[in-house]
Design a protein around this ligand. Structure first.
Ligand code: ADP
Ligand code: MG
Length: 691
């Protein structure tokens, strides 16, 4: 009988808590396993189901199974050259015979003797007239084993550690360590999910294959709960803050909507209704409005801003760059004007006198809406009645940035509406953006012509250049995006310069401009503005155009070495064209031949739906790569999988539970085990300031 460990032992080094493991401690350390807790949570990445025990006469070829056999003969064939040593055993039982073969496994010959009764477990193939086990696991018959005749865990290894050894060590840690597990969840809270000790036992050594799913669900749930607790705390901290109640009369609201030059799509109307409800509450709105480029987000933002102003408040719209801010101003000001709302443009680059005048107008309350770069808020501008801030973020923004935004409300909190053109798959929405409300515009306004997307290799370049020239002759414009060089902006800029030179030589009649990240932002902005104004035919660019500008006259988007880009990114880039009346084209240039690369590009060609593409990107590359973990603000999840639909539901449950718990106990002082869980999974490592 083993003596079991106490809860306090969980955090102990194994060396201290289980000195009897002796040299096993060093083996575990090779895998980064130090404490008892580390070992318990060192989970298999897959399982071999050897639970079918059959007699040799009943073995089924090409399946994993087990048999209880007697070793009738054993022979070692020495290796030579590159061929490893082979151990071949003849196995028998009452019903027949079989062979087992191992390659380069020295321990086999030491552990197997003629006459031994053993259980063998492994994959069986038919060799001539009899079945053969290839590199099977084996153990003495008559004893329970962690290696045979059951569902067997398979762990990630490192050099000097074997599956067998690790399995045995982890089994011993589980035997003593599981008793130390206190479930952080009550029976009510976990519902149909298994208790934690049971889940851990099953995740390592399931009784049956069917039990694994539930066990891993439980462990995933804990991880998602840790994340949701953090997000719930951020929400709770925010609920202490008070925002203006922006209530707008139905008649005023209808007048605003009626003044638009078009009818709202159903998705837009839905988003508007959600926003209207949010801002009528004194709880500060934190809403993300997501929809493809051109789906009509700006129109929704305009209605929200006009509503705020009608109700007596000021509004602000912030864009990431000066040129985008100018475009917003150019597009929104006339629209807002019709609604009796004055929109000022404010930027750091304004001369002192006009800037002063705008500051005064804002402070005096005569400026209704201010549109500008992020400087709008960070500069010392006094908004006496700031009610709503719209943030136009081309990239999704992480928890840290959201926290910074929250800190911006000087007196009372403004409501915040963030616009993003990067669709967020539902799983991510719930897990990573659990502190934000999300509105989605899924369908574009009617009457858009789809962009024709083609995949071509470099041999097609001359034809493509001729096509760009013919479009230019028809008065259209083209973007040429040079290959992404993640490691070096300098290299990327150099390749943009080289490509622009090449094109200038090939197409001397065309006016060709260039933008890249190594340029001064004034030069970049000026070039983009010139392109937008139609003073250039071709804009050679690095991905800086992604945070780009509206050029309705552009009809061609050529993306070179397209396989290097994320799918969401390709979709974003494509969205730069097809914004006007002209038939538009996106050409994905790629010489890649590997299957995944080709399939990825075909996803983009085959769909114009940013959500479909984002989901496919997730499935093909894994969540971490969606935009790069850092960039996308994704937490590093271990058990939970952001592209497992079952975990969507778990994330929702975790969110509800976290809200309930945090509501009654914001600092988790009454739930130390949950506080511990939250720390262990540290889902938002560098986001300590999240609340
Ligand atoms: P986004 O901000 O999502 O990129 P915009 O709001 O700028 O999209 O809209 C893109 C274009 O579609 C604009 O020219 C806008 O006037 C137009 N638009 C927006 N909503 C509608 C609608 N419901 N019906 C027709 N056109 C619309
Ligand atoms: Mg827009």
């Amino acid at each position: 009988m083993v003596t079991v460990l106490d809860p306090a032992d969980l955090e102990q080094p194994i060396r201290r808590a289980m000195p009897e493991l002796a040299r096993g401690v060093a083996t575990l350390a090779r895998l980064g396993i130090d404490t008892v807790r580390d070992a318990l949570w060192y989970l298999p990445f897959r399982y071999d189901d050897f639970s079918d025990v059959r007699s040799l006469g009943e073995l089924v070829p090409d399946e994993k199974q087990s048999a209880r056999v007697t070793v009738a003969a054993i022979r070692v064939e020495p290796g030579f050259g590159r061929r490893p040593q082979r151990v071949i055993a003849q196995l028998t039982d009452d019903t027949g015979s079989a062979e087992a073969i191992w390659f380069g496994r020295r321990y086999v010959e030491r552990r197997l003797q003629i006459g031994d009764e053993v259980i063998v477990s492994g994959k069986v193939t038919q060799r001539g007239w009899r079945p053969q086990f290839t590199s099977p696991e084996f153990s003495p018959a008559g004893h329970d084993s962690v290696h045979t005749a059951r569902v067997v865990p398979v762990y990630r290894l490192t050099s000097g550690v074997t599956q067998k050894r690790l399995r045995e060590l982890l089994a011993r840690v589980l035997d003593r360590g599981l008793a130390a597990i206190d479930d952080p969840l009550t029976a009510d809270e976990r519902g149909t999910l298994p208790a934690l000790d049971h889940a851990l036992r099953t995740a390592h050594f399931p009784e049956e294959a069917a039990d694994v799913e539930g066990a891993l669900d439980r462990l995933a749930f804990d991880e998602l709960l840790a994340l949701q607790l953090t997000l719930a705390q951020a929400r709770a901290a925010r609920s202490e803050l008070v925002a203006p109640r922006i209530g707008i009369a139905d008649a005023d609201f209808e007048a605003i909507v009626a003044a638009l030059p078009f009818q709202l799509t159903d998705d837009q109307a839905g988003a508007v209704a959600e926003i209207r409800e949010d801002i009528a509450s004194e709880r500060p709105m934190r809403r993300l409005l997501q929809g493809d480029v051109g789906s009509g987000k700006t129109a929704v933002a305009a209605i929200a801003l006009a509503s705020a102003v009608r109700a007596g408040w000021q509004g602000a719209l912030m864009a990431p760059t000066e040129i985008l801010a100018r475009q917003h101003h150019a597009g929104l000001a006339p629209l807002l004007e019709q609604l009796g709302v004055r929109a000022e443009f404010l930027s750091g680059s304004l001369a002192a006198a006009p800037k002063r005048a705008i500051h005064d107008a804002i402070a005096g309350g005569t400026a209704d809406v201010v549109i500008g770069t992020h400087a709008v808020i960070s500069e010392a501008v006094e908004f006496p009645r700031l009610g709503l801030v719209v943030v136009d973020e081309q990239h999704r923004f992480g928890v840290g940035q959201r926290a910074a935004l929250q800190a911006k409300g000087a007196r009372g909190e403004p409501h915040v509406l963030a616009l993003t053109a990067t669709p967020i798959p539902r799983t991510l929405g719930l897990t990573v953006y659990g502190d934000l409300a999300i509105s989605t515009i899924r369908h574009l306004p009617p009457g858009r012509e789809p962009i024709r997307t083609e995949i071509r290799d470099r041999r097609a370049l001359p034809k493509i250049e001729a096509f760009i020239a013919s479009e230019a002759a028809a008065g259209r414009q083209a973007f040429v995006v040079v290959p992404l060089v993640v490691e070096s902006q300098t290299l990327e800029a150099a390749s943009a310069e080289a490509e622009a030179d090449r094109l200038r030589a090939r197409l001397p009649a065309l006016r060709i401009g260039i933008v890249h990240g190594q340029q001064k932002s004034e030069l970049r902005d000026a070039t983009m503005a010139a392109f937008a104004a139609g003073d250039m035919d071709v804009l050679v660019a690095t991905t800086v155009v992604e945070v780009g500008i509206d050029v309705p006259n552009a009809s061609v988007m050529l993306i070179e070495d397209a396989e290097r880009f994320g799918l969401a990114q390709l979709h974003q880039l494509r969205g730069r064209v097809g914004r006007g009346r002209h038939r538009s084209f996106c050409i994905l240039l790629s010489d890649a031949t590997d299957e995944v690369a080709v399939r990825r590009l075909e996803v983009v060609r085959g769909s114009s739906d940013g959500f479909v593409i984002a989901e496919a990107d997730l499935a093909l590359r894994g969540a971490g790569n969606l935009l790069g973990t850092r960039q996308s603000g994704l937490p590093p999840l271990r058990v939970a999988s952001l592209f497992d639909p079952r975990h969507v539901e778990l994330a929702q449950r975790a969110r509800d539970l976290a809200d309930g718990i945090v509501h009654g106990d914001p600092s988790l002082s009454r739930r130390p085990l949950l506080a511990r869980l939250q720390r262990d999974f540290a889902p938002l490592e560098d986001e300590g300031d999240a609340a």
